[in-house]
Design a protein around this ligand. Structure first.
Ligand SMILES: Cc1ncc(C[n+]2csc(CCOP(=O)(O)OP(=O)(O)O)c2C)c(N)n1
Ligand SMILES: [Mg+2]
Length: 283
């Protein structure tokens, strides 16, 4: 990838991180940690890899993205707004009564770009398996399905039924991206309920597994391209990430899973991300 394209994508990820901070600060609640950890993954998807059309969100041939870890929707909303699915100003309505931007993605709000309601962890991969199966039934459609899961989320039993079904049905049009930030709501995944070794388990379920630095946008793009070439089995990307990535006091701190920064801390985050403090109050 050319250096100027990569620096453009890194700039997009930086804006997404800023938006996550501003949205949760204005809402006074939300999930910044797990949103910041997927900012680079969403940038690689929405600004390089996916076949999609923000002006035609229901386009039949679009790739489908299911954010199974629905609590990280501030990152998804920011990416969708940046891509042009809706106006950026709407981001500041996060979690407000009547807003299309609920605390977890909700399809009844008809926000363009949202494929399915998520937030009850453990269910998104099953939905993605059904979606990918539909793609197979529809004359071997060209579009692909992507599910983004948390590493704590994969403690849920239903996820393993879905892993098993995807391998059984040879769903090579399905890619699961596991945000391996090592933390869940209240501590380290390995302490709460150890899920490792993830690659060995998925290989035993007939998946092709890749591991990537989840903050290297160019590496993520490369590995996403690799997944397109795999035939006869589903693909998983274990993205090694840092929860709270980009905001020093949030990085690797479980306490920032589900609370918003106050004004002082939001301003600190804004400065660390390289934005002017006025940007926090601008419309
Ligand atoms: C079924 C279900 N149980 C519990 C929760 C509450 N909850 C929200 S996020 C979370 C932790 C998830 O950890 P992980 O999947 O690692 O997410 P990340 O670190 O990416 O934020 C929990 C327990 C939920 N949303 N759904
Ligand atoms: Mg996690």
């Amino acid at each position: 990838m050319k250096a100027d394209e990569l620096s453009h994508l890194e700039e997009v990820a930086r804006r997404i991180r800023f938006d996550i901070i501003k949205m949760t600060y204005l809402a006074g609640s939300g999930h910044p940690g797990g949103s910041l950890s997927i900012a680079d993954i969403l940038t690689a998807l929405y600004f390089k890899h996916l076949n999609h059309d923000p002006k035609n969100p229901d386009w039949q041939e679009r790739d489908r993205v299911i954010l199974s870890k629905g609590h990280a929707c501030p990152a998804l909303y920011a990416a969708l707004a940046e891509a042009g699915y809706f106006e950026r100003e709407e981001l500041w309505t996060l979690r407000k009564l009547g807003s299309r931007l609920q605390g977890h993605p909700a399809i009844d709000r008809e926000l363009p770009g949202i494929e399915i309601s998520t937030g009850s962890l453990g269910q998104g991969l099953s939905i993605a398996v059904g979606t990918a199966l539909a793609g197979k039934l529809l004359d071997d459609a060209k579009w692909r399905t992507y599910a983004i899961l948390g590493d704590g989320e994969i403690e849920e039993g239903q996820v393993w039924e879905a892993f098993m079904a995807a391998g059984h049905y040879h769903l090579d049009n399905l890619t699961a991206i596991i945000d391996n930030n090592d933390l869940q709501i209240d501590g380290f995944v390995c302490d709460v309920m150890n899920v490792h070794p993830i690659p060995d388990k998925l290989k035993a379920f007939n998946w092709q597994v890749f591991t990537v630095d989840g903050h290297s946008i160019s590496d993520i793009i490369d590995v996403l391209e690799e997944t397109r070439k795999i035939k006869g089995m589903p693909t998983a990307i274990i993205a090694k990430t840092v929860k709270g990535k980009g905001v020093s006091y949030m990085e690797n701190v479980a306490d920032w899973h589900g609370k918003a920064p106050n004004r002082e801390l939001a301003l600190k985050a804004v400065a660390e991300l390289g934005f002017q403090k006025e940007a926090l109050d601008a419309e």
